[in-house]
Design a protein around this ligand. Structure first.
Ligand code: HEC
Ligand code: HEC
Length: 221
């Protein structure tokens, strides 16, 4: 009522501001409605970390920290790039193509997903690496055999190498946000239990994880 009274007295400027506001609310609502009607049958948007065996699709719980805006808007419209080369849950029936969204819906969904943030992820930690850090990261990446489970860009005929049991890293540098990748690498089990089985004991120092992350963010750039 208060808004209305102000509107009545306030003239054109207020009316314009008010309708811009309701327009925005509608767009937000399209994103949330789409996610809650179409996506949560496969993806979780809240809850505790759970291993891949018990899920149909990757968690979107921390989507706002994880995906780069541009990549996500484009992928949701044209999800051809295979992220899990053997299918996410190894279930042949569910290896069908991912649903694609029209442009306006994709934009609204991304706007909504951007609100899903995980307080464990600190933002603005990662900076573009120096060439020294990238070289150090590359060496560590090789020593710890990350390629065994993740497709990794390489000078081969296909343009990549590696095992396909987990996520493809081919477009890493334009797909994921560096701060999320860094926090994931610090302790993978915090996000996907049982995904950090390869981690040495004691774990690598943070500066090594930083270098590995800087190196990974060069993939596909
Ligand atoms: C039938 C189940 C299903 C539905 C419904 C579904 N997805 Fe997916 N989604 C998957 C699977 C499986 C993958 C892994 C795809 C791959 O390997 O390329 C995936 C991958 C993704 C990814 C990339 C995840 C990552 O971390 O790599 C995003 C983002 C995503 N989906 C968003 C959505 C949104 C938004 C919707 C609703 C509009 C949706 N999905 C609906 C099954 C589903
Ligand atoms: C034994 C197999 C294995 C090895 C080796 C491995 N990973 Fe993974 N990685 C996983 C699994 C499992 C996941 C969780 C996703 C899934 O369920 O496939 C994962 C996920 C990730 C993700 C998140 C990807 C995404 O899109 O959600 C990153 C980042 C990652 N690993 C980095 C690394 C790094 C860095 C190394 C080497 C130091 C490494 N991984 C070695 C199995 C492995």
């Amino acid at each position: 009522m208060q808004i209305r009274n102000r509107l009545l007295g306030g003239g054109l400027v207020c009316v314009v501001v008010f309708s811009a506001f309701t327009g925005l609310a509608k767009a937000d609502n399209l994103g949330e409605r789409t996610v809650k009607s179409l996506c949560i049958s496969c993806h979780r948007i809240e809850g505790d970390p759970v291993s891949r065996q018990n899920k149909k699709a990757p968690d979107l719980i921390w989507a706002g920290n994880k995906y780069q805006h541009q990549w996500l808007v484009e992928w949701l419209q044209n999800p051809k790039q295979r992220l899990y080369p053997v299918g996410y849950d190894y279930h042949p029936k569910r290896k069908q193509p991912h649903l694609a969204l029209p442009a306006e819906t994709a934009a609204a969904v991304v706007q909504y997903l951007a609100l899903l943030k995980d307080p464990r992820i600190q933002e603005d930690i990662m900076k573009p690496g120096t060439s020294e850090q990238i070289q150090k990261g590359k060496k560590l990446y090789q020593e710890h055999a990350c390629t065994n489970c993740h497709w990794t860009p390489a000078n081969t005929r296909r343009g990549y190498t590696g095992g396909k049991s987990s996520t493809s890293f081919l477009k890493m540098g334009t797909r994921l946000k560096a701060d999320w990748v860094y926090r994931f690498n610090l302790n993978p089990n915090d996000f996907v239990p049982e995904s950090g089985a390869y981690i040495p004991n004691p774990p690598l120092p943070d500066s090594d994880i930083y270098a590995i992350t800087v190196y990974m963010m060069t993939f596909g750039k």
